[in-house]
Design a protein around this ligand. Structure first.
Ligand SMILES: [Zn+2]
Length: 683
């Protein structure tokens, strides 16, 4: 086959089933590469759409699975340069490309001839079902087209496109209004008013004030990272109240940045758009291909946890009130974090520096390899130096193979350290996914984090939270390597399901096998003491009333908004009335109040999907209990086999709800989650 001249488009060659040539990346190659790859992709699609033969699975769906390979390879480079190696020069290119790339995918979805062929294959499969892998691939492909309006007549299609245009403007306006209110409100305070604040906060707030021309003062800006610690530590109650009010009034100030009308407009347009597709409400449309399937299922899960969460809030408030009484204060929302911190210090004071001395990044990496070996039968070995190109000298590459047969499974790229141009946080990504329909493709996956690189020879010590996240992201990677799917579409993720596998893997961090062998003191080599482990575990249920209630209030409102008729809806009033009916405790508010609930109104990613965090938590807690109850606990071989077979390997090739039932013998119930959060479990 002829190789394209642009190196970013070329087939991956070399060892390990071919690897990306990161060493040949040059930003000037990106734009021409995208032009060529998109043109090539459209040509492939046109060929499928205009095939004179009757549509079949082979000549339509399988060809679609094959199409876009060149574009996919290019996206690997693009993704890395946007997340790991960004620069002003790259961002310019990105700004130019973003609309072009989104127009490209719309072009494919809107290709009428293509859709008619997909629909024909789907209809035939409804009468004469295909093999399971083929049947599900057709189903998922057809659904994704139909859900985006491919099956509408011309007039409806036109209106559908108009609605999307209007919505995208409203989303931008919604998030710009939040931004304006985050930038527009600052609380300044004097050096005499820094009582209770940690030194690091005092320093950064002095800088924030100086940046705003108030040298010698301090400033709390109107963002979560500035507000949260201030409310937790500041002794100045009047300031706390002001900071709290500014933060929770974002988008709700009755001025030109007020978002209430935007909410109404967005809800009306969303409802109109799904009505064109034949759905009663947005939630029903959105959840059809999620694990929860219906808004009722998602609501039932949340409503089952809610009473225990608000009951715990009253216990927390009662405990805090005892301390607040001494200050002659009755707990208000701006006091919650402050008195919770006082209770935490008294009851569970954990010295995070002490914990860190047992958490070395190298040892944690070894621990993850050990867990992967025990559960998945994987063996990780560093590749010979220089044998695989990397996008930065700090990236380490490991070969993943089956422990017994030695069969090659994939490569693991670890980019552990922070650097300029790398986005914050931690994440997992895949450069090449598993599939077999066109010959077996092995997996190239990566984990990325932002640890500060130590001096050579020094251990890298991390916090318990960071260690948990490190395991979490590795869980995503294991989910990639375990895949046994035939078609790429079946390897996709399901929003309320894909965080489950990674959350579950976090649980192995605190198993005895890991603690005793890998969580060892960086100097003495002694394993982490039992008392310290016990303290970490006890602290994990602390303040769960607050955390669960503020989260659930937002998740429930997200769902109520999309089930309600938006015709005469007044968001401020709707929020107030709905929360009153739920008996929302007066001492706290929704984590994201409606006028600044960006997850839901700045776009569609999390609209009627905010429940998904807890949905995955329910599965995680329930699956972890299955291991805890097994004869050999978290290292039980029979359980591990089921874990791989049903929860990891199938990815989206079987319905997640069915996969879970195969693993557990029943649906997940919420009791394990209740126990995890320290809530009472009813009989
Ligand atoms: Zn995750």
């Amino acid at each position: 086959m002829r190789q394209p001249e642009n190196v970013l488009l070329q087939e991956w060659t070399g060892p390990y089933g071919g690897v990306p040539t990161f060493d040949k990346m040059d930003l000037s190659l990106l734009k021409p590469a995208f032009e060529e790859a998109m043109a090539d992709n459209l040509e492939e699609i046109d060929k499928i759409a205009n095939n004179p033969d009757d549509p079949t699975f082979e000549n339509t769906i399988a060809e679609m699975e094959r199409a876009g390979a060149m574009l996919d390879r290019l996206y690997t480079y693009y993704g890395i340069w946007s997340s790991n190696r960004s620069s002003p020069e790259f961002r310019e290119i990105q700004k130019e490309l973003a609309p072009v790339l989104s127009a490209h995918s719309s072009k494919i979805i809107q290709n009428e001839k293509l859709f008619q062929r997909v629909k024909a294959v789907w209809q035939a499969s409804q009468e004469n079902p295909l093999e399971p892998a083929e049947q599900r691939t057709v189903q998922l492909t057809y659904e994704s087209f139909a859900m985006q309006g491919a099956d509408l007549d011309e007039a409806s299609k036109k209106r559908y496109a108009e609605i999307n245009q209007e919505l995208s403007k409203l989303y931008t306006s919604f998030s710009n209004n939040i931004l304006a209110d985050e930038e527009g409100y600052v609380v300044f305070f004097s050096p005499e008013q820094t009582g209770g604040l940690p030194a690091s906060y005092i320093n950064s707030s002095a800088k924030a004030a100086a940046d705003r021309g108030k040298e010698g003062m301090h400033a709390v800006t109107n963002t979560r990272s500035s507000m949260d610690p201030f409310l937790k530590y500041s002794d100045e109650r009047a300031l706390r109240e002001q900071v709290w009010k500014n933060y929770y009034s974002r988008g709700d100030n009755g001025d030109e940045h007020d978002n209430n009308q935007n909410i109404i407009d967005i809800l009306k347009l969303r409802r109109e758009r799904v009505a064109i597709l034949g759905y009663d409400n947005y939630a029903e449309w959105r959840l059809q291909n999620r694990m929860a399937k219906t808004p009722e299922n998602a609501m039932a899960m949340m409503e089952a946890v809610w009473p225990a969460a608000i009951a715990r809030v009253s216990e927390e408030v009662a405990e805090m009130q005892k301390i607040a009484d001494k200050d002659g204060i009755s707990i208000e929302p701006w006091d919650y974090r402050y008195y919770a911190e006082k209770v935490r210090k008294a009851k569970y004071d954990l010295n995070s520096d002490e914990v860190k001395q047992y958490l070395q990044l190298d040892k944690l990496t070894e621990a993850m390899f050990f867990v992967a070996g025990e559960l998945f039968n994987f063996k990780f070995t560093p590749v010979p130096a220089g044998s695989v190109p990397v996008f930065h000298e700090d990236v380490q590459v490991f070969e993943v193979a089956d422990k017994d047969s030695g069969k090659f499974i994939g490569l693991w790229y670890l980019d552990a350290y922070a650097r300029k141009g790398k986005r914050s946080g931690a994440w997992a990504t895949m450069y090449r996914s598993y599939s077999t329909f066109d010959g077996e493709k092995t997996v190239l996956a990566s984990n990325n984090s932002n640890f500060v690189k130590p001096a050579p020879g020094d251990p890298l010590l991390v916090s318990w939270d960071d260690a948990t996240t490190f395991f979490h992201e590795f869980g995503h990677a294991l989910h990639f390597y375990s895949s046994n799917v035939k078609y790429p579409t079946l390897g996709g993720g399901v929003r309320d399901y894909t965080e489950f596998q990674s959350q579950l893997l976090e649980r192995w961090l605190s198993t005895d096998e890991v603690i005793n062998n890998y969580l060892v003191h960086y100097e003495s080599g002694e394993p982490m003491p039992d008392e310290l482990i016990a303290k970490i575990k006890a602290a994990s249920t602390f303040n769960q009333g607050f955390a669960t209630t503020e989260y659930l209030a937002s998740a429930l409102m997200d769902m109520y908004y999309h089930l309600a008729d938006p015709a005469d809806l007044d968001p401020d009033q709707f929020e107030k009335e709905t929360l009153a009916e739920l008996k929302m405790p007066k001492e706290l508010v929704m984590r994201h109040r409606s006028p600044h609930f960006g997850h839901v109104f700045s776009g569609e990613g999390y609209a009627t999907a905010y429940y998904g965090y807890m949905w995955a938590d329910v599965l995680t807690a329930d699956a972890a209990e299955a291991f805890r109850e097994a004869p050999d606990g978290f290292y039980d071989k029979a359980m591990a086999e089921k874990l791989v077979q049903y929860l990891f390997a199938p990815r989206n090739s079987i319905d997640p709800a069915e996969a879970y039932r195969l693993f557990r013998g029943r649906d997940a119930n919420i009791e394990a989650l209740m126990r995890d959060r320290g809530f009472p479990v009813g009989e």
